[in-house]
Design a protein around this ligand. Structure first.
Ligand code: SF4
Length: 383
């Protein structure tokens, strides 16, 4: 790729599926003017049992920031109704950090001089064993986005190994065609995380300068291809602060909502990453998405899609994570290392971003209990 490709046109080898989701989401996001929302609109939205798209737009607006307490109470009740007391625990494992993309906001980008590495299958197994020894039963494997360095077969072997130690295996890798998702599902993958970063296509083009990720529609349709490939679950997210976070959060919710309508069996979940500093770019931080705004987004996701999972990552500080579990979040990471490997020996590659909550599995477990909630290690049994 030269870096000048039309970001809306598929490249050779990229599967184009017949789906109108992108157009549906774009049309609604384009007309979303959150400045027009009034307090009365927010109050009406909060009186509804099930929120409409218009209600969802209202609770994501600046006017809704005066109603965060009401939103929190309603969200906590919805979380309790659909998830009980349970908080799912997991940890991510970076098995590689090679990347072919130039995303201007990320420390793994192909122009950033960092230590790159990739675990061998023996090293992956050692990492998995060490993590499994902490009691965790769910793992998320991450690679960075390099099809050349971390091919689908390499990921498939890593998944097969992970499935021997964990009851749930997720992957956060580069987007694939549906037959490749089918292969990784057969290897033991349960769910796929793909974050669109921003749904503003102009902004998307500006921050994705080079690499396959530059192609917006191929990324947008990744979750649908994953479901067609047989995956049980898919996760959505925007990198809040990269574009207009209210519009991006609105788009994330709509993307998930329309996909859920089309694939009712799909297990949907949300992540809420914000920009974080990274190696060689310590200043990279979101100026406008503070914890209050982040909380608003999480509450809005919960109220709009009450049955969807919400994950809170170690990008956020411990106090905030503890506060949102049970209220909106249903899944929390623990014992996290965001370098390549790091659970058994020295990390083999640098970290993608700085973590704000270094607590161990035991510490997070105790915190969950202390909040009157139930740490859950597995809610799925392989047969
Ligand atoms: S955000 Fe993902 S694709 Fe972009 S540079 Fe980082 S690891 Fe690579």
């Amino acid at each position: 790729m030269t870096g000048r490709e039309n970001h809306m046109a598929y490249l050779e080898g990229m599967e184009a599926i017949d789906s109108d989701l992108m157009e549906k989401v774009s049309a609604l996001v384009e007309t979303y003017d959150y400045q027009q929302v009034t307090g009365a609109d927010v109050q009406r939205a909060l009186r509804q049992e099930r929120l409409s798209i218009k209600d969802y737009a209202a609770i994501l607006s600046p006017a809704a920031t005066d109603y965060l307490e009401e939103m929190a109470a309603k969200a906590a009740a919805a979380t309790r109704r659909h998830f009980g007391n349970s908080i799912q625990m997991f940890t991510p494992l970076y098995i590689a950090n090679y990347c072919e993309n130039h995303c201007v906001y990320c420390g793994f980008n192909c122009h950033n001089r960092i230590n790159r590495g990739k675990l061998t299958l023996t090293e992956i197994e050692a990492e998995l064993k060490a993590i499994a020894a902490t009691g965790l039963k769910e793992i998320l494997l991450l690679t960075g986005e390099s099809r050349h360095q971390s091919g689908v077969n390499y990921i498939g072997e890593a998944v097969k190994c992970a499935a021997r130690y964990f009851s749930t295996v997720g992957i956060e890798i580069y987007p694939l065609n549906s037959d490749e998702y089918e292969y990784l599902h057969a290897c033991g993958t349960d769910f796929v995380c793909v974050y669109q970063e921003t749904y503003n296509t102009d902004k998307y083009e500006q921050v994705h300068l080079r690499g396959p990720k530059r192609i917006y529609p191929y990324r947008f349709h990744a979750q649908e291809r994953a479901l067609r490939g047989g995956m049980r679950g898919v996760a959505f997210g925007a990198l809040l602060g990269l574009g207009d976070f209210r519009k991006d959060a609105f788009a994330v919710g709509l993307h998930a909502y329309f996909l859920q309508q089309k694939y009712p069996h799909a297990e949907i979940s949300f992540s809420t990453p914000r920009l974080r500093p990274f190696i060689n770019n310590a200043e990279n931080n979101s100026n406008d998405v503070h914890e209050r705004q982040l909380l608003q987004v999480m509450l809005a996701y919960r109220l709009f899609m009450p049955f969807a999972g919400i994950t809170i990552s170690t990008r956020e500080r411990a106090g905030f994570r503890d506060h949102v579990i049970g209220m909106a979040a249903t899944k929390i990471s623990a014992g996290v290392s965001v370098g390549v490997g790091g659970h058994t020996a020295e990390e083999k590659g640098d970290e993608q971003f700085e973590i704000a909550d270094p607590r161990s599995v035991v510490e997070v477990h105790q915190m969950i209990l202390g909040r009157g909630l139930q740490p859950v290690y597995t809610d799925y049994v392989r047969v």
